[in-house]
Design a protein around this ligand. Sequence first.
Ligand SMILES: NC(=O)C1=CN([C@@H]2O[C@H](COP(=O)(O)OP(=O)(O)OC[C@H]3O[C@@H](n4cnc5c(N)ncnc54)[C@H](OP(=O)(O)O)[C@@H]3O)[C@@H](O)[C@H]2O)C=CC1
Ligand SMILES: N[C@@H](CC=O)C(=O)O
Length: 817
Amino acid sequence: MKILKFGGSSVANRENIKKVFQIIKSRQKEGEIALVFSAFGGVTEVLLKSARLANEGDKSYLKDLKTLEERHLDMVRELIPIQLQSSVLTYVKVRFNELEDLFHGIFLIKECSPRTLDYVGSFGERLSAFILAEALKVEGLPATYLDAREVIRTSARFGNAKVDFSATNDLILDYFHTHPGLKVITGFIASTAKGETTTLGRSGSDYTAAIFASALDADCLEIWTDVSGVLTSDPRLVYTAFTIPQLSYNEAMELSHFGAKVIFPATMQPAMKKDIPIYIKNTFEPENPGTLINGDAPNGKIIKGISSLSDVSLLNIVGGGLIEVVGVSHRVFGALADAGVNVILISQASSEHSICIAIQSADVAIAKEVIEKEFLTEIRNGEMDPVLVVPDMAIVAAVGENMKHNPGASGRMFQALGQNNVNVYAIAQGSSELNISAVVSRVDLQKALNALHEAFFLSDNKVLHVFLVGVGLIGKALIKMIANQREKLQRENLLDIHIHGLANSRFMSFSEDGFDLKNCPMPGENGNDQAMDLEKFTQIMDDMNFSNSVFVDCTASQEVADIYERVLEAKVPIVTPNKKANSGSLERYRALKKLAGKRGVKFLYETNVAAGLPVINTLQDLMLSGDKVVRIEAVLSGSMNYIFSELEKGLPFSDVVKVAKEKGYTEPDPRDDLSGMDVARKILILGREAEQDLHFEDITIQSMVPSDCEKAGSVEEFFEKLQAHDGEFTELLQEASSKGQKLRFMAILENGKAKVGLGSFDNSHPFYNLKGSDNMILFTTERYFDFPMIIRGPGAGADVTAAGVFADVIRLGNYSR
Ligand SMILES: NC(=O)C1=CN([C@@H]2O[C@H](COP(=O)(O)OP(=O)(O)OC[C@H]3O[C@@H](n4cnc5c(N)ncnc54)[C@H](OP(=O)(O)O)[C@@H]3O)[C@@H](O)[C@H]2O)C=CC1
Ligand SMILES: N[C@@H](CC=O)C(=O)O
C-alpha cells in the first residue's frame, strides 16, 4: 500500500488535476494506493477570512462565499460530464448552504470560536475530496470518498488537535477492511469522540497522510507538491540550490524547522515511528526523483542543506550578577514561556556573563518587558544591564548528520562567512551535531547563504561577481574575453564570472543578474544609467552584497586608486593594471598589502608591469623562496620600444607615437610614456616587490618629452607640437646607428637607486633584438647571478593586458578551492 497526498497547488485548477490523475493512474498500476487531498489551492484561507469578516460584522463575506461556490461548481462542470453532474452539484450547493447558515450565525452573534473555525475549515477538504472522488470514478477508477472525521479521533484542542492513535488506527484498519476500492480521503480534518469537527494544525493534510500510512503499515508515503523535493537552500535566495536526493528523518526535521517549508516536522512523526519512507515529489515534474526521507543517513556530503530564518532579533542579557548564580536561565526562560514567547536559539558563553537569545522579531517588545520585570531588582542594583535588543537579524543553519564526529564542518562554515565579510553575532550547536546555527545581520542573509552553499556544495564551482571601473581599451577587451571564455571556464574550470557593475568617468550602470556580456551596453548607453560617483559605486557594490565580489580597476586614475582601502576593508579583492596605488608612497604600498592580508583578500596587479607577462608573480616567487635581487635591467615600456623600433624604418617620430597610441600601447596620455613616468612607476613597483625601500625620489628619469610639448593642454595639441621635433629624434637614431647600435628606453635598478632613460645597445646585448611592443626584464639575483633570468614578450596592447587582468581574476576564482 502506498499513500499519495496531493497539496492545494496540485489541485488548484483543472490542468493541474489532470496531471494529478495521470500520476494516480500510473501509481495504481503498480499496486494498492490510497489518496489524501488538501482543499483546492487557496480555499481554506478564503473560508477562514470570510469567517473573520462575518465575526467583525462585515457582510462582504457573502461575496467571497459566492465566488468560492462558483469556483467549486465550475470545477464540477470541468471535471465531470454533464449527465453525471447533478448529484455532485447538489452536494456542493448543500455544503455552501450550510456555510451560508454558519456564517450568518457568526455574523449575528459575533462569535467565532476555534471550534467554529475548525468546522468552517473542514469544508475545503470535504468539497475537494468529494469532487475529486467523483471525477476519478469518471476516469474509470473505483473511488470511494472517505471523510476522515469518520476515522481520525482527536482531543478537543480545536485548531491543533491531538490524535488518539489507538482509536484512530483501529478505525482506519476497520474501515479499510470493510470498504474495498480506492479511498479518496479528506486531509486536515478529524473529529472528537463526541463527533465535533477538529483540524490537525499546520500542514494538517500531510499529517493525515502520515497517520494513514502508519495505521496501514504503508510501503511508502508520497507527498506531491509544487517543488521537486527538499532543496539544499531557499531557491529564491540561492539560485544554485538543488534537490537533496536523500535525507534522514532528523535532517528533514532540522531543515524544515529552519525554513524549508516543504514538510512540517510534526507531520512526519507517525511515518517516522514505523520507519516508512517519505518521498517529496513534484506534481508538475513527476519524473524528477525528488527527495527520499527515511531512517538512513548515507555517507556523502558533510551537510545536507542550509536553512534560514529571516525575521529574528537577538536579546542580550548581560551582567556580572549572572555569574555562578543558580537559576538565572530558569528565570529567563520561565518569564519568556509565561509570556508565550518561543525561543529559537540560545547561546551562553562559559563565563556565564551573558545569555544571548534569538526570538521572532514580533515578540521583542513583550520579551524585553517580561525579562526586565523578572530581573527588576538585579537591574536596579546594577548587577544586570537592561536587556539589549539587536534587531534585523537572521539565522543560517548548516544541517546534516554526517557532521557527527566529523571535524571540519564548523571550520568551513565560519571560514566561508568570514571570507565574505559576514559578521557572526551568535552561534549555537547542540551535542547532536546535526545543526550548526549562526546569527547574522539580515542584510547579509543572502550573501551568507550563498557563501555557505558554495563552500559546502559547490566548493569545486565558484561564481565571481565583478564590478569593473574603466571600460576603455583594456576594460572593453576584458569584457569581450570573459564573454568568449565563459562557457569554457564554466565547463573546465567550474568558474562562472558575472559582471554586475560598470563605470567610466561619466556614468555607471548596474545589473542585479549580471550584464549580458555578448551585448554588453557601456555606461551611458542606457537611458537610466547614473552619473558616475565613485563613493556611490562602491556603496552599491556593498549593497548588492554578493559573496565573491571582485573590484576591477581598469583606469589610470589616481582617484580610483585612492578608494582601494575602502574596497579591501569591505573584504572585496582588487584586480588592477592601474599602477597609481603601488607607485605612490612606499608607506601606502606597504599599507595596502598589509590591509589585504589582514582582511584575508587578494590584491592582484600582475599587469602593473609588462602587461600580461609573468613578471610580478615570478619576482614574488623568487622573494618568497628566499632569493635576493641584485640588479634589474629592463625595457619596461611597450610603447617606447615600439616607437624606437619603428623609428628605424625611417618614419617620423610624431607619426610613430600616434600609431603607438592607436595600437593601444601608450597610456591614455602618451606623455606618461615619453616622459619616462610610466617606466619609472614600473621600476619602482619592481624594486618594492624585490623588498627594497624604494621611493620615487630614488629614481633618476630622463624625459623624452620636449618642453613645449609638456605644456600642451590636450593630447591633440601635444601631437601637433611634437611634429616640430621629429628631426631631433631622427638625429638620435642616426647617431646610434652609426655605431651599430639601437635605441632602447630602459630602466636599471641597482644598489637601491634606479635610472630611467634612453640607452643604445650593440648586438651583444639582449635588448638589441627587441621588436615591436616587446618588453624584456633581466633579473640578476643571488641565484641567477652569472646568467640573469630573462622574461621577454609583448608588454603593451589591449589583448595581452586584458589577458593578464583576466588571468588575475581567474586566479581569484582558484584561491580557496
Ligand atoms: N594599454 C596598455 O597596453 C596597458 C595599460 N595598462 C593600464 O591599464 C589601465 C587602462 O588603460 P586603457 O584601457 O588603455 O585606458 P583608456 O583611457 O582606454 O580607458 C580608461 C578608462 O577609465 C575610465 N576612467 C578614467 N578615470 C576614471 C574615473 N575617475 N572613474 C571612473 N572611470 C574612469 C575612462 O572613462 P572615460 O572614457 O569616461 O574617460 C575609461 O573608461 C591604465 O592604468 C594603464 O596604465 C597596463 C598595462 C598595459
Ligand atoms: N603604456 C604602457 C602600457 C602599460 O603599462 C607601455 O607602453 O608599456
